[in-house]
Design a protein around this ligand. Structure first.
Ligand code: SF4
Length: 245
């Protein structure tokens, strides 16, 4: 472990039992809805209090594709840790050009240079949980204080951690409502629409990178490997912590 204060999300809002029941009912009724209809539901219900987080994965790009037609003014943000691939950052500009949606790059308080200088080198090598905590979770916590609901592109079949993700539910970690329009979709369904609608995507996907995060913690995978096998490869870590309970 890297010494120093651990980054814990500040105390978050709690949902009333009534709100949780309301969200559970909504989630059940949205199971059969299309992702675009789920997005419409979220936009109608939360309006300007809705945001979306994206790492510019195929799911996020697809949600932006629909969002551009439904509510292009919706706030969308990316966690710019300072460690992302140039291809990922270039995709942000391609999306802006195609849809007019300027994804906000939300950065940690310290630059990579200052962060590594303070800690005597890259923290991702010795304590990736700490690094994700500082450069991702703390940033999401800060951004979400200004919103009541956030959308993400997670799918249930991506990992055991995500297998029970509702379409809509209370996010205990951040104290907001979480909407996952693609929770019950498969990777094949996502790519089918991306190809058909010519949605911009990260060119690294054509080079064997299936799930793409920060450059030091991502590798290409072989065809037979799990789609998230290239994330924090060689360690027990499987999630950055944003989507785990
Ligand atoms: S994915 Fe790697 S580099 Fe990015 S924040 Fe997490 S540990 Fe740090």
């Amino acid at each position: 472990m890297v010494p120093g204060p651990t980054v814990n999300p500040p105390r978050v809002r709690e949902a009333t039992g009534e709100l949780r029941e309301d969200l559970a009912r909504a989630s059940r009724s949205l199971e059969a809805a299309s992702p675009a209809d789920v997005i419409r539901w979220a936009v109608d219900r939360y309006g300007g209090r809705l945001t979306m987080a994206t790492a510019f994965g195929p799911e996020g790009c697809l949600i932006i594709h629909w969002l551009a037609a439904i509510a292009p003014g919706t706030h969308v943000f990316n966690l710019e840790t300072g460690y992302q691939f140039p291809e990922t950052l270039a995709l942000r500009d391609r999306i802006a050009a195609r849809y007019g949606i300027e994804v906000a790059l939300e950065r940690p308080e310290t630059t990579v240079e200052d962060y590594e200088r303070t800690h005597g080198g890259p923290i991702y090598r010795v304590d990736p949980d700490r690094c994700c905590g500082d450069r991702k979770l703390a940033v999401v916590t800060r951004v979400l204080t200004g919103f009541d609901a956030w959308m993400s592109g997670i799918r249930r079949d991506q990992s055991p951690d995500r297998a029970a993700a509702p379409i809509v539910g209370w996010d205990h970690k951040f104290g907001v409502v979480k909407v996952s329009p693609l929770a019950n979709w498969t990777k094949a369904q996502v790519w089918d629409v991306i190809v058909r609608e010519q949605v911009p995507y990260n060119p690294l996907h054509d080079k064997g990178y299936v799930s793409i995060g920060c450059q030091p913690c991502t590798r290409a995978v072989a065809a037979a490997e799990d789609e998230r096998a290239g994330r924090w490869s060689g360690t027990a870590k499987t999630e950055c912590g944003l989507h785990s309970r």
